[in-house]
Structure formats: structure tokens, C-alpha cells
Write a protein that binds this ligand. Structure first.
Ligand SMILES: C[S@@+](CC[C@H](N)C(=O)[O-])C[C@H]1O[C@@H](n2cnc3c(N)ncnc32)[C@H](O)[C@@H]1O
Length: 280
């Protein structure tokens, strides 16, 4: 386990992923019925963008920093930037919330969160951060086991962020198997699987497998900031959204072109949104 999210916090992939997952949680909260948020690869709660790790990569400068302090943000990105701003006392961008904190900020009395993180230091920090909040359970265990261990949830409504570090060659396969388990155990589970886009050609088998996996509805949403026929690094990222809530896809169609334009390098930003299974 070499991956540390502190080097990447607030980069273009975090902006995209966090804004979408935040919106999914908010759409679930339109109903007063409780819901359970599961975060299988939770990272930690807060990242210091002025810390050593962020300083080394500067990745957030091409992510959240490009949206910070702007007054022309489309609604999806404005809502997300407001949530990041809630972690910063003045107008200075310093602290960046990881996915558990981002969702915890809007958690209602009746909602619940189950977090798992394998790295001992991050798991300990998470546990300490949420120690006083009995709606939040932190587990230091393998996130791929989360669906088997906790679904179906008593609330019957769940949102699962599946966000592994992709250090292993079989991570996409493991994600797909875990999503199938989740849907078998609770068909209405909403899932957001994040995946990296380096060389897009490497993803073609994965797309075919997702389409054939027997998942009820799958929306594929992607944001790329550089051309995807090069293996330069993280050219973009995607989200497989299982059972996404309406009207998320309409909001994304409305606001994604703006984000692709603003975060794209030298005009190369692009986006895609289509259904791999089921439909609206
Ligand atoms: C991409 S980061 C998570 C970022 C976080 N979800 C966010 O959006 O703020 C992936 C995390 O998964 C952790 N991890 C790696 N393998 C794991 C496993 N098998 N189970 C649970 N956590 C794991 C890593 O330590 C790392 O913190």
C-alpha cells in the first residue's frame, strides 16, 4: 500500500468525483427517510493543501484552486465549492475535505455513515475525527468486503462510494465483482465507482464487462483534461453511477461542459455521459 491521497487531494479527479457524490447524497436527502453512506476506501477527513505532500505535487492548483473564489460557477460546482469553503475560516483555500468529511457535513440526525480505510494512520485519524459522532462507524478493513459485510442496510437506502487507489492490475475486476455483490444484496443500492483514465484504450474491456454485468442502471460519466491516447499520467477520470438519482444526469449535461473547459489543458478538456445499462 503505497498510495497516499494527500498527494492528490483537490486535483481535477477529486473535484469531479466529490461534486458528483455530494450531489447524489443531497438528492437522497430530498426524502426525510434515512440513508446510509458507505465509503469503502475512505482516505482521511481533511487534507492540508499547504502541507508537504500537496506542496510536492501541486495537483490541487489544477483542480479546486481553479474554481476557488469564482462567482460564475454553474450550480453543481458552486454547491461543491461552498462545501469546501465550509472547511476554511476565511477566503484562503487551505483545508480540503476528503469524501467522508464532505458527506458528513450534510448528514442529518437520521442518516448514518460506514467508512473503511486500510492504511493504519488514515484509519486512526478518521476514527479520532469522528469519535464524537455516533452516526459514523470507522473500520480498518478491506473496502472490497464492505458490501458483503453491511448490505442490505436497515434504512433500505444506501449510497456507496467505491474509490480504490488502483495500485493493482485487477482492481477494475475487483470493483465490478464488488458492485455485483452489492446489487445482489440490495438492488436499489446507489453506487459511484471512480476510475482513472490514462490510456482510454485500456478501459474498453472494462466498459464491455460493466455493460454485461447485470447491473440495473449504469450511467458512465467522464471528465478528461488531456488527450486520452497518451500515457502521460492521469488524463482524466470516470464515474460508473449505478442507480443514479434523477435529475443528476440532466444537471451533469448542463454543467460538465463548463468544467471540461475550465480544467482542460490547452483546450483539450472533454466530457462524456451515456448509459451502459438501463436508461433514464
Ligand atoms: C483514492 S484514496 C480515497 C480518497 C477518498 N475516497 C476521497 O475521495 O477523499 C484510496 C484510499 O484507499 C485506501 N486503501 C487501499 N486499499 C484499500 C483496501 N483494500 N480497503 C480499504 N482501503 C484501502 C488507501 O489507503 C487510500 O486512502
Amino acid at each position: 500500500m503505497n498510495y497516499r491521497h494527500s498527494y492528490h487531494a483537490g486535483n481535477h479527479a477529486d473535484v469531479f468525483k466529490h461534486a458528483v457524490v455530494l450531489r447524489m447524497a443531497q438528492l437522497m436527502q430530498r426524502k426525510t427517510a434515512p440513508f446510509c453512506y458507505l465509503d469503502s476506501h475512505a482516505g482521511t477527513a481533511l487534507y492540508d493543501l499547504q502541507g508537504e505532500a500537496s506542496g510536492k505535487t501541486g495537483e490541487y492548483l489544477e483542480g479546486i484552486a481553479r474554481l476557488w473564489g469564482r462567482d460564475d460557477l454553474p450550480p453543481l460546482w458552486a454547491e461543491y465549492v461552498a462545501s469546501v469553503a465550509a472547511q476554511n475560516a476565511d477566503d484562503t483555500l487551505r483545508y480540503y475535505p476528503g469524501s467522508p468529511q464532505l458527506i458528513a457535513q450534510g448528514l442529518r440526525e437520521q442518516d448514518r455513515m460506514i467508512l473503511s480505510e486500510l492504511h493504519p494512520a488514515d484509519a486512526a485519524t478518521l476514527r479520532e475525527h469522528f469519535a464524537a459522532d455516533d452516526r459514523v462507524a470507522v473500520h480498518q478493513r478491506d473496502g472490497y468486503e464492505l458490501a458483503k459485510a453491511f448490505l442490505p442496510v436497515a434504512e433500505k437506502r444506501a449510497l456507496w462510494l467505491l474509490d480504490p487507489p488502483f495500485e493493482r492490475a485487477d482492481d477494475l475486476e475487483r470493483c465490478l465483482a464488488a458492485m455485483q455483490v452489492a446489487i445482489q444484496r440490495m438492488r436499489q443500492t446507489m453506487i459511484a465507482l471512480w476510475y482513472p483514465i490514462k490510456d482510454e484504450r485500456l478501459l474498453r474491456d472494462f466498459y464491455r464487462q460493466v455493460a454485461a454485468a447485470g447491473l440495473p442502471k449504469v450511467l458512465r460519466v467522464e471528465l478528461t483534461v488531456r488527450p486520452t491516447d497518451t500515457t502521460m499520467g492521469l488524463n482524466g477520470s470516470g464515474l460508473m453511477l449505478v442507480n443514479p438519482p434523477w435529475p443528476l444526469w440532466e444537471e451533469l449535461e448542463r454543467d460538465l461542459p463548463w468544467l471540461a473547459r475550465e480544467l482542460g489543458h490547452a483546450g483539450a478538456g472533454a466530457w462524456r455521459l451515456d448509459w451502459l445499462a438501463g436508461g433514464p
